[in-house]
Design a protein around this ligand. Structure first.
Ligand SMILES: *Cc1c(COP(=O)(O)O)cnc(C)c1O
Length: 359
């Protein structure tokens, strides 16, 4: 089976074996050793000296944690959005009472750093910027380095949804001055769903000290004080920690630059394969993501039928479009445990099935 959606992604056999281990006491010495070691390795992969927490929940929980730990109701927030997940980040901040100004870009386009600069200039009351590094719904990677540098010109806080990019696409958290960065175990990390990982900068801690949004489960203060004891405040997804212990070693053994290069190579292969079938990419190639390729469906292509034949007859599972893009695009996930051969096989199968799903 080729499960090629942008998360959950396939897990290597070593990881599957690790997550099937017998339970241990989550308040015991062995768990303490695991959480310290996993956290230290994650910091390396986040390229940060900031605090990093593993929160039991999905990526969206991590986004909510970023918001409720740094903001107060009534705070003015600039939500930079170019797709389904950008809108979700804005919705979360709104749900907790922030005054959200949406800076929305057409789906399929990246966020424009200059527009962020103009928005921050126009409203000096904005305290925080929300941004998506890799917009999974449209297959677009925005220029986070430039956006973050603009945000820092104005000395504002930046919260980053890097759920489907971190660990697969370069994002040096400290070098790019990102205050809170969120990712999730089931994306590029080769681990099943169940953990959100977040980094928290010094500036984010300062914001946290004043932040008044209601929070309990996601409280960073609790996460930090328990981590010092080698624990989490609440029962964690113990099995996923076992999985991480193995997956992070695999990533470190490959080497972060090699992991990024592999994703870039495979993405490039996916894009050229798609184009050679006469299909077109949904985003402009210059901003196309290295973890997910979004393909525009022509009038003649029935996306639902294509996905169904791929799944039922060829064991290839791809993703459709989300929200407004349903029926208009389909997506190939190529992040985490993936090789060139996997994607070649997927492309060959798509080429074969395409005529059967076209009118
Ligand atoms: C997958 C994803 C999410 C949502 O994560 P869940 O784990 O499904 O909660 C949010 N943002 C981006 C960019 C994603 O790819």
């Amino acid at each position: 089976m080729q499960l090629r959606i942008p998360g959950p992604t396939p897990c290597p056999p070593e990881v599957l074996q690790a997550v099937s281990r017998q339970m241990i006491n989550h308040r015991g010495k062995e768990f303490g050793e695991i959480i310290h070691s996993v956290t230290a390795k994650l910091k390396e992969l986040f390229q940060t000296k900031n605090d990093v927490f593993l929160l039991t929940g999905s990526g969206t929980g991590g986004m909510e944690a970023a918001v409720v730990n740094t903001l107060s109701p009534g705070d003015k927030v600039l939500a930079v959005s170019s797709g389904f997940f950008g809108e979700r980040f804005a919705d979360i901040a709104e749900a907790y009472g922030a005054e959200v100004k949406r800076l929305s870009f057409d789906w399929g386009k990246p966020a424009d750093p200059e527009a962020v600069r103009q928005a921050l200039k126009a409203d000096t009351g904005i305290t925080t910027v929300l941004v998506t590094h890799n917009e999974t719904s449209t297959g677009v990677t925005s220029d986070l380095k430039s956006i973050s540098s603009v945000v820092k010109e104005f000395d504002k806080l930046i919260l980053v949804d890097a759920i489907s990019g971190l660990g697969s696409i370069d994002l040096p958290v400290d070098a790019w001055h990102c205050d809170v960065v969120v990712t999730g175990s089931q994306k590029g990390w080769m681990v099943p769903p169940g953990l959100a990982m977040v980094s928290v900068s010094e500036k984010a801690w300062q914001a946290h000290a004043k932040a008044k949004m209601p929070r309990y489960y996601w409280d960073f203060t609790k996460a930090k004080s328990y981590l010092e004891k080698g624990q989490t405040p609440w029962t964690p997804s113990v099995s996923m920690f076992f999985g991480f212990a193995v997956a992070l070693d695999m990533m470190l053994a490959e080497g972060l630059p090699n992991v990024f290069a592999r994703h870039a190579r495979i993405a490039s292969l996916a894009r050229s394969g798609v184009k050679s079938m006469g299909l077109s990419l949904f985003p402009d190639e210059s901003c196309a993501s290295n973890t997910v390729t979004a393909i525009r469906a022509s009038e003649k292509l029935n996306v639902a039928k294509l996905l169904q034949i791929l799944r039922d007859e060829h064991d290839v599972v791809l993703a459709g479009g989300q929200g407004n893009l349903s029926g208009k695009i389909f997506r190939i996930g190529h992040l985490g445990w993936v090789t060139e051969d996997d994607i070649k096989e997927v492309l060959e199968t798509v080429a074969k099935v395409l005529p059967q799903a076209s009118s």
